[in-house]
Structures are given as C-alpha cells and as structure tokens.
Design a protein around this ligand. Structure first.
Ligand SMILES: Cc1ncc(COP(=O)(O)O)c(C=O)c1O
Length: 416
C-alpha cells in the first residue's frame, strides 16, 4: 500500500537526521535531487567565505601563515573519518582528473623502459562507460608515459582483463550513471593478488554512504567534494594514499608546493615527506573556506544513519511512483539495495531530457545523462521524506498531463 501524507510526516518526525536540513540554504519551493552533481549550500558556507575575504583584506600575505597554507592537509584530516582513513592519509587538492594522473605516475614510477627492455607491466586498466575523465586521463597518461590502455566493458568483472601485464586499474566505487556500487574489498583483494594497484574513484560514494578504505585494504583513492560533501562549485578534490605507501617516490606533477622545502627555492625537486608530496601548485583558500564549513557539519553525521535514510528515501520514491513508470514506457534501472549508491536511475529513451526539464519547472531538480537517463540523487542531510514523496507526486503529474511534451522543455542548455 502506498504511504499516505500522514505516514510520510511521521517518517519525518522519527528521522534522526531531520535537523540537518535547516543547516542548508535551499531556495524555497525547491526539492533538490541533484546533490550527486552539485551539493546544496551549507548555511555556514557563506559566512565562512565572507570571513576569508575579511582575512585577506586584513592580513594580506600573512594569511598564508594563518591557516591557508596547511588547508589541504587540515581539511584532509577532517575528511578522513568519512572515508575510513587516518590522519595524514588524505590531501584535499586539485581535481579528480589531476589526482588520478598523479597517482598513476606515482604507482608506476620506476617501471620506465630501460634500453632494450620491455616494461614488465605496460597496461593501465579502466572501465568503459565510467565518468569520461577517468578514461580520458588514463588515455593521456598512457599516451605520454608509453603505457597501453585496456578497457573493461561497463559493469563487467575484472577477471578476464587482469593479468600480469597490468600495472594499475582505475575504477569507480559507485558508477555515475547507473549508481551501481562495486565490491571495494573483493576487487581490491583481487587486483593486489594479481600484483597490480587500484585507484578507487569515490566521487559518488564520499558523503553518500559509509566508505571504509582501511578495512578494504585500499592503498589509493580519489574523490570530489562538490557533490554529496557540499563543498561548493569547483571545490577542491581529494586524494588518499595509505600511510605505508606514501614515501615510495615522485608523483609526476612535481610542483613547488609538493617540494620538501618549497621556500628554499632549490633548483631540484625533492618530494615532501608523506601526503604533502601530492600537492602541486598554489591552491585557493577561498574554495577551502566553503568546504571547511561543510566538513564541520559532517563531523556530526552518523554514517550508518545516513545510509539507512538514503535507502529508505530511495524506496519511498520508487514506491510512490506506483505503476506510472510502466504506463509511460520508463524503466527503473536502480540497482538493488546492496548494490547501489544513493541515486535512482530512470530511463525514458524518447523524452528523458524533457521530463527532467518539466520537473525543474515545478521546482524538482534532477539531471539527465545520455542516453535517456534521468538521475535523481538522494542526499539524506537535506532531503526529507516529505520532499521525496512530493517529488514522486510531481513526476506522476508531469507524466499524466504530458507536460514534458511542451516544446520549451526540449531546448537544451550547455549543462543538463
Ligand atoms: C566518477 C567521477 N569522476 C570524476 C568526475 C569529475 O572529476 P573532476 O574533479 O576532475 O572534474 C566526476 C564528475 O561528476 C565523476 O562523476
């Protein structure tokens, strides 16, 4: 039996995470189901950025000695507990794209071709259909580093693609389109047993579900902070290197801030000890200020409660849609409970884009990815059960009235 409005209000009352919603500055009348693309703004972020501006005004260059310089390490330590990492194992820096490149180079350093010899492990593995940047940067790395790029077809097991020629694999923990969750512990074990390394992309799992890098024996990971972690548009990404793997050599973007003594201005590069060697150039304290405000809030979140609410929100949304999807030729491609992140995927080949636009016109914001996929992200900190129930009602009404058939919903913007 579908839940009634009263049932849903009761779920809100019993929700242990309910109070977090008031700590986000969401526009009135908006149900935001796109936190898997860009998270909502924590109410404290604006003040934090304002305070940084004031500090810049008052302190000028001295600001760098008042916390700006060490922000990549400080915020890394704040983020670490959400990832099952320890202090000094996470650095907040650059973008996922840069960080994958740095880690590929770091992992394979020393595997260069010496005269007349073949590289022992010349293959970099990545997943077809993954978020494009992961494949593109693997291709770029292979092209300039003399490696071969091998692609595992989307969703397939690695078995047939892992052999003793593979140096490293890049894989997403949660797939950006399908929302499918990979078994991090089992795959990490498998790759390590084959003598290779794996870099996990946590873009769709950090802040979406509990991640335990240590328990899964992960050595290398990357992720972003602008999705579920609500760090703001273009917020810096992060990189994880397990402590016992931190001092093996250089990373290839050997910039001055990853140097052991950046202000010695030495002629030659010497990597900084520990995680700091993964720095490159000058970071933006402004961007870190917004993220720091968000991470302060995250320290209070119980990740088991977050996961449980995410699953219940997803189920509520799907149940509340009733039989309307089938009637309109839409298929629900959301993976099962154990195999998913925190998003719902609905495929409407003909009108997916227009349906999402019609929903946005009603204040329900999701997004669209080719071909035909409507993505709805469920960020449990600022979504209530009532929001999700209402979002399903809006979708039912859009479809029943054929609102999406209006020509204005078929015009494409640059970002979908
Ligand atoms: C899985 C995944 N990796 C990487 C990125 C983007 O990486 P970058 O921080 O380099 O823009 C995204 C963006 O949505 C993503 O979903």
């Amino acid at each position: 039996m579908p839940l009634t409005h009263d049932d849903v209000r009761e779920l809100n009352r019993q929700d242990p995470l309910a109070s977090f919603k008031s700590r986000f500055a969401l526009p009135a009348g908006t149900i935001y189901l796109d936190g898997n693309s860009l998270g909502a703004q924590p109410a404290a972020a604006s003040e934090a950025v304002g305070a940084l501006m004031a500090q810049w005004r008052g302190s000028l260059i001295q600001g760098w000695n008042q916390g700006w310089f060490v922000a990549p390490e400080r915020l890394g330590d704040r983020l670490a507990p959400l990832l099952g990492a320890g202090p000094g194992e996470v650095l907040v820096t650059d973008t996922i794209t840069h960080n994958i490149f740095k880690l590929l180079g770091y992992i394979t350093e020393g595997q260069g071709i010496t005269e007349g010899q073949e590289r022992a492990r010349p293959v970099i593995l990545s997943e077809g259909g993954n978020f494009p940047t992961d494949g593109y940067i693997a291709q770029g790395f292979c092209r300039f580093g003399g490696f071969e790029h091998r692609v595992v077809p989307e969703g397939e097991a690695l078995d047939a693609y892992l052999d003793d020629r593979v140096a490293a694999a890049v894989l997403s923990h949660v797939h950006y389109r399908t929302g499918r969750l990979r078994d991090m512990a089992a795959i990490t074990r498998q790759v390590h047993a084959g003598g290779a390394e794996i870099i996990w992309d946590l873009a769709h799992s950090a802040g979406a579900l509990p991640v335990d890098l240590a328990a899964c024996s992960v050595r290398y990971a990357v992720g972003c902070t602008y999705k579920y972690l609500n760090g703001g548009p273009g917020a810096p990404a992060f990189l994880y290197v397990r402590r016992d793997c931190q001092d093996r050599g250089w990373q290839p973007l050997s910039g001055w801030l990853g140097h052991a003594s950046p202000f010695a201005f030495a002629a030659d590069y010497t990597p900084a000890p520990g995680i700091s060697r993964f720095r490159t150039g000058t970071h933006s304290p402004l961007a870190y200020a917004a993220l720091e405000a968000s991470l302060a809030l995250w320290q209070e979140v119980d990740l088991a409660q977050l996961r449980s609410k995410s699953q219940r929100l997803i189920e509520l949304f799907r149940e509340s849609l009733g039989d309307c999807l089938g009637k309109h030729g839409i298929s629900d491609v959301t993976p099962t409970e154990q195999e998913r992140g925190s998003q719902v995927g609905l495929v409407a080949r003909a009108h997916g884009y227009a349906i999402v636009q019609a929903l946005i016109a009603r204040g329900v914001i999701g997004d669209y990815r080719e071909p035909g996929l409507m993505r709805f992200g469920f960020a449990p900190l600022y979504l209530s059960y009532e929001d999700v129930w209402q979002a399903a009602r809006h979708l039912r009404e859009v479809l029943a009235a054929g609102e999406h058939l209006a020509p204005r919903f078929h015009q494409r913007g640059a970002v979908t």
